[in-house]
Design a protein around this ligand. Sequence first.
Ligand code: PGA
Length: 251
Amino acid sequence: MRRKIVAGNWKMNKTLSQGLQLVDEILSAQNTSSQVLKIIAPPFTHLSSIAEKIKSKPDFAIAAQDCHHQPSGAFTGEVSAEMIASTGAKYVIIGHSERRMYAGDTTDILIQKLNCVLAVNLNPIFCIGESSEERNANTHLEAIRAQIKDTLFHLSAADFQKIVIAYEPVWAIGTGITATSYQAQGVHDFIRTEINKKYGKTISDATSILYGGSCNAQNAKELFSCADIDGGLIGGASLKSTDFVSITNSF
Ligand code: PGA
């Protein structure tokens, strides 16, 4: 069966000491289910220290929030997938809408990033999602289909199985407006059907598809009870240990 996952995307928040404290609080919380994989995605600067803290915990893993699209070279200020792997991180978030919006991550760049991540045996958490215009025009499913097809469907079946998908409607990210469980389940079901058509049922059944966009301790239970929602990619609510832990216990 596919894995239940809750991933906390800290974005550009928390100093190193604040981040270590947050991880300590999460680790010392009671009642966290070992069935749920907890992924923490801190800034690059914190990866090694946090990876060290969780290394003996099989139900925890670390993710980077991005990586460069070339394996190495003269790219001042950038961080490669191989460098990320060397910290002990196991996942990399690729295609977050904030990167697409502010950092110029085009389809072509995203394909290169995916290839870099897979080449060093890391697992991509690949984000897709429609804009409010696409949702209002009722073209959101076509937009989602295009995003998956253009960026993921060049992958071999073996590589595709390393992907975690995060459905994050852009209008729900950081806005406090969450997709209803009906809306989210509809898109998750659609994504799984598209994967089934391309890679077959065994692979589509095994793909974890997370919901992201104003998911919090209050609405996680309803979202996670949907048949095709396997967990969440959490931004704002991952910055408080009690909220994050409560979300991890919402299955
Ligand atoms: P949010 O962010 O939970 O703050 O809406 C989610 C994300 O950007 O991954």
